[in-house]
Ligand binder design. Structure first.
Ligand code: AMP
Ligand code: ZN
Length: 467
């Protein structure tokens, strides 16, 4: 497999430390709110990468953290803890908030057919790991105590700017914006490993430590959890591009300073999903969650397909128009596979067609080119020289990575043509309403009602139910 490595800024051949095993770490969610569909794009990509590695025959050990303490409003370590803010605003305890949003997060995983990582570990469950690492960093002279807090001294770490590939002057602009500088630090990019002297009095989650009662910084949690569960050598570390600096830069600095050798060879960063206005956000504009898409009548797997249609190293702009197209393509795909299933014998013992299978694998191994992998799927569906059984055998194999539930037949699945007709009618009715032609709008509603299709007008648009 070849993959783009942020560390070397090149597409490189992937060679893990052990020939048949991959240690993979992916940064998990900060559970103070729902994940937005941008976050989910990153997790869909990581899922595809993991499954592509498995298809190549690797055993993948994947670990992910759940950030339930220490992630500040600013991605450096300034501002208030996101969990504390959520707690203050809702009157709920950080634990209640973390449990609720962690559940919601994995519900989204299920709906998107994302495999839950082998090990999922909460930041608050590993405090002793962080203390052990921080103590060693102090002993080795990489960290210092100032004003009650322990900081990592970035000037002591030689390759601090390697991952971002930027000069300090370029980075400083982004970090300073709107954030008060912490005068306890020696250098602007020094970051907090352990804080006992928070600017914010209502920091709720605190633990005892050799440096006093306090809480860990955000960055130390990923190093602590990754090293605890995967050992001293990591093959792949993933996260969205926003994680390159400062989060992953700091993870590398503290891990390698602690271990005394290189930690992870491949750093893989999918690009963001943006909305038309720019950056996707949990606080500005429409907060795009998977549940919102579902409420609007979209199948979560149509969103997965939407993500797979583009390359992960390109930014992707979300719009309902594009999602409509993806939903349509998804319906057609499902309908084609259903027809195959209806017209095929058992295909399990069928031999796999090597040519198509290799094309599919080649597309994935070419820096996870999912859109080319999808093209191979479409080619299989179109190929008149393949028997239905051969096609199904291939599709089944492809779906172990694409995870679009192509072969499963849901009982409540609506016929594709019917769905199309309903959606057309809903649009027509909306147009009529806009033109104040309420008689026409009502007639459309009644017409559908007579067919057992009940329209419901909600704040997020019109949905329907089939009786
Ligand atoms: P957070 O919960 O904020 O820690 O983010 C969880 C994951 O989503 C991280 O890997 C982020 O890099 C990633 N992420 C954040 N915003 C976006 C976005 N707009 N598009 C894709 N991934 C994102
Ligand atoms: Zn992380």
């Amino acid at each position: 497999m070849e993959i783009y490595n942020t560390l070397t800024k090149k597409v490189e051949k992937f060679i893990p430390h052990k020939s048949n095993e991959v240690n993979m770490y992916t940064c998990g969610p900060t559970v103070y709110n729902y994940a937005h569909i941008g976050n989910l794009r990153t997790y869909i990509f990581e899922d595809v990468l993991e499954k592509a590695l498995r298809l190549n025959g690797y055993k993948v050990n994947r670990v992910m953290n759940i950030t339930d303490v220490g992630h500040m409003i600013d991605d450096g370590d300034d501002g208030e803890d996101k969990m504390s803010v959520a707690s203050r605003l809702t009157g709920k305890t950080p634990l209640e908030i973390a449990v609720y949003y962690t559940d919601a997060f994995f519900t989204d995983f299920k709906k998107l057919n994302i495999r839950k990582p082998d090990i999922v570990s909460k930041a608050t469950d590993n405090i002793n790991e962080y203390i052990k690492i921080i103590q060693k960093l102090l002993d080795k002279g990489y960290a210092y105590i100032s004003n009650g807090n322990v900081y990592f001294d970035v000037s002591k770490f030689d390759n601090y700017y390697e991952l971002s590939g930027k000069k300090p002057e370029e980075l400083i602009v982004g970090v300073r914006d709107g954030v008060e500088f912490d005068n306890s630090k020696k250098n602007p990019f020094d970051f907090g490993l352990w804080m006992t002297n928070s600017k914010f009095a209502n920091q709720i989650l605190k633990w005892d430590s050799p440096w006093g009662v306090g809480y860990p910084g955000w960055h130390i949690e990923c190093s602590g959890i990754a090293i605890k569960y995967l050992g001293e050598y990591l093959d792949i570390h993933c996260g969205g591009v926003d994680n390159i600096f400062p989060h992953h830069t700091n993870e590398i600095a503290q891990s390698e300073a602690y271990l005394g050798h290189k930690w992870c060879n491949y750093w893989v960063h999918p690009e963001h999903l943006n909305d038309k206005a720019g950056k996707m956000s949990k606080s500005n504009g429409e907060f795009l969650t998977l549940s919102l898409l579902e409420k609007k009548g979209y199948n979560p797997l149509a969103y997965r397909l939407f993500c797979l249609q583009s390359h992960y190293k390109n930014q992707l702009v979300f719009s309902y128009e594009s999602l409509d197209i993806a939903q349509n393509t998804y319906n057609k795909l499902k309908s084609k596979v259903r027809t195959l299933l209806e017209n095929a014998k058992d295909f399990n013992d069928e031999e796999l067609d090597d040519e198509y299978y290799n094309k599919f694998l080649d597309a994935l191994n070419d820096n996870i080119n999912t859109s080319n992998a999808l093209t191979v799927l479409y080619d299989v569906l179109k190929d008149d020289n393949l028997t239905n059984e051969k096609k199904l055998k291939l599709i089944d194999k492809f779906d172990s990575v694409l995870s679009l539930s192509l072969l499963s037949v849901e009982n409540n699945e609506i016929d594709e043509d019917l769905r199309y007709e309903i959606e057309l009618k809903i649009k027509e009715r909306l147009e009529a309403k806009k033109e104040k032609d309420y008689v026409k709008a009502d007639n459309i509603r009644l017409e559908l009602q007579n067919k057992g299709i009940i329209l419901k007008d909600t704040r997020d648009g019109t949905t329907y139910e089939i009786k």
